[in-house]
Each structure stands twice: as structure tokens, then as C-alpha cells.
Design a protein around this ligand. Structure first.
Ligand code: NCD
Ligand code: ZN
Length: 345
């Protein structure tokens, strides 16, 4: 049996939600991850340092005593965000980064930014103080095809921000296209990207295998196979500009299996097993640690985690649990539908 040991991973993009969901999903992340950047798209969103501190306290309360875990908080940018408040929240260590959601781009993004030009003074302040900007990189115009929204955002908005503010630290989150891999790779500025396990595991056919599959619906939406291959290439070759942000996004099954099902895949539970399988299948298990545990912390100027995790390759595929119970509701656990032999032990 094969066994590997790697530095404990970090997840640079999670949705923990709040209240009863928070309590059930946080342990799924803290079991295998030491740190995570926590998204601010609650209802209502986390708009300032005070709210971020309170949210962090709620998260800390539900971390199992056996797990050593640090949540890194974010602020949700709106056209009304005050640059002074943002600067203060960053300088006081209340928050780690700010998140840009184009209005309407995804789950709970209604109060996001309609016109990027309106937040340029805020972004300028972030560049000055060294605060990272995390971007959901999709345009929302009705006339732009849903499969092209990332590419159009890169051309219309990201390129503009990069050129206007060369000093700003930017993470293009959950990238899904070859175009994004190329743009980030060719850029010689402080621009990096995160990649999710589901975009490495699946192409867009997975949304329609034998019928409509609401549990494979997320945003940015899954793309063609050639894009998945491009993501696999940059994730598995050790490239420092690309690292893990799972975008684990819990929703009640009833809200996804619905005539207007919401976007988001809950992948925290078997994330490391799935990634180990994908890396092994691409002859790159030696680079798993870079993607999950080294590139991200290095980019953010943080030391790597001191503890390690072990993964063991079983003789038979591991059996995934199907769901997590939350009161009378449940959250479906992501299963990529190929055999996964690696188990975190
Ligand atoms: C996320 C959510 O549910 O909050 N959904 C998703 O499909 N990824 C939001 C996001 O990160 O886009
Ligand atoms: Zn997300």
C-alpha cells in the first residue's frame, strides 16, 4: 500500500455560512486544513471589520477542540465600502482580504459591485496598504453566454484593474478556463489564481449526465474538457501561481433540487482524497503538497504549517458518505463519480 505525508493543507476559499449550517460544516474543513480564507457572502454580507470579528468568533466557537484551525476573514466590497474603514480593518488584523463580487454573479452577490470604476479609490487604498483583493471573475451581462463570462471578465475588467493598479495583490478565484490559466501565467505582476477540486474533476457534461444534475451546478459553471485539462496542467505541474481554494459551498439539498436550484458544491469532506486521486492519475502526486499546502501560504507571505497529514492508498475505492445532516435538512457531499482510493488517515 502506498502512503504519502504532506504539510497540512490550507483552503484559500471556503463558504462556512452561519448558524446551524456553520456548526455542521466547519469540522469538515478543520479536520484536514489548518487555515482557510472565509467568504463574506452571508445574508446580510460581512461589510466591515466589526462584523468580520463577530463572524470569526462564531466560527471559532464551533471548531472541534481537537483541531488547530485559523479562519482568515474577508470583507465584501460594495460601491459604498469606505476606504478608511477597510484600511483600518486590515491594519488591525480584523480581516485578511477583501472580496469583489460583480453584482449578481453568484449566490448572495446582489449587493456586489455594478461598476468597477466606482471602487477604484478603494482598490487604490488596498494596493497602498498591501491588502489582497480576491475576485469572483465573471461578468453578469445578460447578452454574454454563461460559459464565456470568465473570459470576458478577464478582458474587460481584470486587465483594466491590473493595468491601473500594478501594485495590487490579486487572487483570481476558482478559475475555470484555459484563458484564465494563460492570463495568470503570463502576467509578471502579483496575480495568482485558486482552483477547486470540482473544476479539476469534472467537465460541463457532468451537469447533464442522463438528466439534470443540480449537485454539479456551481459558479463559475463547469467548462469544456479542454479547459479542465488546462486547469489540471497548471495545478499538477507545481506552478507557484496556482493553488487550492476549494470553494466548498454548502446548500440544503432541497434548495439545489429545486425548479430554481442554487449554485454551489459542498466538497470539503473528501477534498484531499479526490485531489490525491487526480494528481496520481496525472502522474503528479509529488506536486500535491505544492498545490494544497505550499504555494498559497508562500504567496500570502505566511509560513507553511508545521503539522503534517498522511494519505494512504487503499486497495478498494473509499465509500463516500452521501450527505451531512443539518436538523431536518441535509447537504449533499460532492462525489466526482470516479473511484477514489486515497484516504486521509
Ligand atoms: C458560492 C456560494 O454558494 O456561496 N457558489 C458557487 O457556486 N460557487 C458562491 C461563489 O463562490 O461563487
Ligand atoms: Zn465561493
Amino acid at each position: 500500500m502506498e502512503e504519502i505525508e504532506i504539510t497540512k493543507p490550507d483552503d484559500w476559499h471556503v463558504h462556512f455560512r452561519d448558524r446551524e449550517i456553520l456548526r455542521e460544516v466547519v469540522p469538515e474543513t478543520t479536520r484536514n486544513f489548518a487555515r482557510a480564507i472565509v467568504m463574506p457572502n452571508l445574508i446580510p454580507p460581512i461589510l466591515n471589520g466589526k462584523q468580520a470579528i463577530k463572524y470569526k468568533e462564531r466560527i471559532k466557537k464551533v471548531i472541534p477542540k481537537t483541531d488547530d484551525f485559523e479562519p482568515f476573514m474577508t470583507i465584501y466590497l460594495t460601491e459604498k465600502t469606505s476606504k478608511n474603514d477597510l484600511k483600518e480593518a486590515y491594519n488591525n488584523n480584523a480581516v485578511f482580504a477583501a472580496k469583489l463580487y460583480p453584482a449578481g454573479a453568484t449566490t448572495n452577490s446582489d449587493s456586489g459591485v455594478k461598476d468597477i470604476k466606482k471602487i477604484m479609490p478603494v482598490l487604490e487604498t488596498m494596493a497602498k496598504v498591501g491588502m489582497p483583493l480576491l475576485i469572483h471573475g465573471e461578468v453578469t451581462h445578460k447578452e454574454v453566454d454563461i460559459f464565456d463570462r470568465e473570459k470576458v471578465f478577464i478582458n474587460q475588467n481584470l486587465d483594466f484593474i491590473c493595468k491601473e493598479l500594478p501594485e495590487l495583490k490579486i487572487t483570481l478565484e476558482h478559475i475555470t478556463t484555459e484563458d484564465a490559466t494563460m492570463y495568470v501565467n503570463q502576467s509578471n505582476r502579483n496575480l495568482v489564481a485558486t482552483i477547486t477540486p470540482h473544476h479539476l474533476a469534472l467537465n460541463r457534461n457532468a451537469i447533464f449526465v442522463g438528466g439534470i444534475r443540480p449537485h454539479n451546478y456551481c459558479l463559475p459553471i463547469l467548462k469544456r474538457e479542454k479547459h479542465r485539462r488546462a486547469l489540471i496542467e497548471v495545478a499538477t505541474n507545481g506552478n507557484k501561481k496556482f493553488f487550492l481554494g476549494t470553494d466548498t459551498a454548502p446548500h440544503f439539498a432541497s434548495h439545489k433540487e429545486n425548479c430554481c436550484g442554487c449554485a454551489g458544491i459542498f466538497n470539503a469532506t473528501y477534498c484531499m482524497s479526490i485531489l490525491a486521486q487526480i494528481f496520481e492519475d496525472n502522474n503528479s502526486i509529488k506536486n500535491l503538497e505544492k498545490f494544497t499546502s505550499l504555494n498559497g501560504s508562500k504567496h500570502y507571505g505566511l509560513s507553511k504549517n508545521k503539522t503534517k497529514i498522511k494519505l494512504l492508498k487503499r486497495n478498494n475505492p473509499i465509500v463516500f458518505k452521501k450527505q451531512i445532516k443539518v436538523g431536518n435538512n441535509s447537504i449533499s457531499v460532492f462525489n466526482p463519480d470516479f473511484p477514489v482510493y486515497w484516504e486521509v488517515i
